[in-house]
Design a protein around this ligand. Structure first.
Ligand SMILES: Cc1ncc(C[n+]2csc(CCOP(=O)(O)OP(=O)(O)O)c2C)c(N)n1
Ligand SMILES: [Mg+2]
Length: 410
């Protein structure tokens, strides 16, 4: 009853298709139950209970993951969740205009982000705070965006992390173009002197949601990437909701299967399994660097909080769905694995918690004392070269603002 196919194919007699304006209660329940299952083709290396699942194909990609690396992944996720929760609270206290929670998506973001190499480029949407963290972007920079004092002001080339994109799906086109550039510049499919794949080859990864797959931009990106064999990993975080629209209203088949129609591989990974996400993304990036891209990854996960702080999910989904997903928490399964399989002591977890609390306090302190940027900042970083038109606009704007000061002084 819980196969992905059943999302849009209710049992006989259950009434009209779930895409009808008013699904029946049976259809709603059937749809909700389906969301707890990833389907038989889900790649998983760590179960919700913290058991390691061997994988012939993907174990080689995490062969270097020893206990220290695992503890590091755990720490990353705890810190990012703590930062996310703190930002959510600060929005409620009027310190941020809006916040976009990532609660529940930590494994998908940390696993895939840690799979990237420094020379790779990542294109985020607006929820990728965990990926930003792995790319060395200061969490404080993210707060500026949501306090409306900044516009993704980090050096995106240095971090290999593009500005946030609010226009749904648009970053897929940007990423595809960037990956085509990597290919044209000969940064793909090289070998070193010993004949092994070059360690300096590059790839691109782009993040988008399940809802974004309904956008034309994503389709166009897939088409271009496919025909140019562009080295781009399409990383879809299927958190099963596009604001209030469930995935079953967006697709007649599991999203990863769409790749086949474009002529490149698609794979579904447990998005709450940090090890699985790390392995599958490393594999996909390697494919791209060797010239076998693009690849679509569907990370099957769940948005445990609201879409944004302006949204009230209790109006469109039942709480039992959330309760189901709490049992698959991405952080808890690593904790269980570390405790049961590796005998990690409570001291370690206490230390991580203390680090996370200090991290949150730092964010809070920064946010409460954040200076407003100078007004001319909005004109910075628009073009690489000086632009006379932009210069004129800046002067005009500053003169306009200056008029207020003079008027006030009189
Ligand atoms: C082109 C465009 N259309 C509509 C919106 C409004 N909008 C913002 S988020 C969103 C839903 C996106 O859902 P999904 O792609 O699943 O990503 P998620 O927020 O779940 O991570 C919509 C429709 C937008 N930002 N851009
Ligand atoms: Mg979504």
């Amino acid at each position: 009853m819980s196969s992905p196919e059943q999302w849009t194919r209710p049992e006989p007699g259950a009434g009209p298709a779930a895409t009808a304006a008013e699904p029946t209660p049976e259809q709603v329940k059937a749809g909700l139950r389906a969301t707890t299952e990833g389907g038989p083709e889900l790649t998983q290396l760590l179960t919700p209970e913290g058991e390691r699942v061997p994988s012939e194909q993907f174990d080689p990609y995490v062969a270097d993951v020893d206990i220290d690396v695992l503890c590091g992944l755990y720490r990353d996720m705890v810190l990012v969740r703590r930062g996310d929760r703190e930002a959510n609270h600060m929005q409620r206290q009027g310190q941020l205009g809006i916040w976009v929670p990532l609660l529940g998506q930590e494994a998908a973001q940390i696993g895939s982000g840690r799979a990237l190499k420094p020379g790779d480029m990542a294109f985020p949407s607006y929820r990728e705070h965990g990926v930003a963290f792995t790319r060395g972007v200061d969490f404080k920079e993210l707060l500026g965006i949501f306090r409306c004092t900044d516009q993704s002001g980090w050096d995106f080339q240095r971090h290999g992390f593009h500005p946030y994109t609010i226009v749904i799906g648009n970053q897929v086109l940007n990423a595809t173009g960037y990956a085509m550039g990597q290919k044209f510049e000969g940064k793909v499919g090289n070998t070193d002197g010993d004949g092994r794949p070059s360690s300096t080859d590059e790839a691109t990864i782009v993040y988008f949601g399940d809802g974004a797959t309904s956008q034309g931009d994503v389709h166009e990106g897939f088409v271009w990437a496919a025909v140019y064999d562009a080295p781009v990993v399409f990383f879809c975080q299927n958190n099963q909701w596009a604001i209030s629209e469930p995935t079953e209203r967006q697709s007649r088949l599991p999203l990863y299967q769409r790749a086949r129609g474009y002529g490149f591989p698609g794979i579904r990974v447990d998005g709450n399994d940090v090890l699985g996400c790390l392995a599958v993304t490393r594999w996909a990036l390697e494919e791209c660097r060797h010239g076998n891209g693009p690849v679509l990854i569907e990370a099957f996960t769940y948005r445990m909080d609201a879409h944004t702080t302006t949204d009230d999910p209790t109006r469109y989904r039942l709480s039992d769905e959330l309760e189901e997903w709490k049992l698959k928490d991405p952080i808890e399964r690593v904790r269980a694995h570390l405790t049961r399989r590796h005998g990690i002591e409570q001291d370690f977890f206490d230390q991580v918690q203390a680090d996370a609390d200090a991290f949150a306090a730092e964010l809070r302190d920064f946010c409460f004392n954040m200076p407003d940027p100078p007004p001319e900042r909005i004109f910075s970083n628009v073009y690489a070269e000086p632009s006379p038109v932009l210069d004129a606009q800046r002067e005009e704007y500053l003169a306009y603002l200056g008029g207020f000061v003079e008027a006030g002084e009189r």
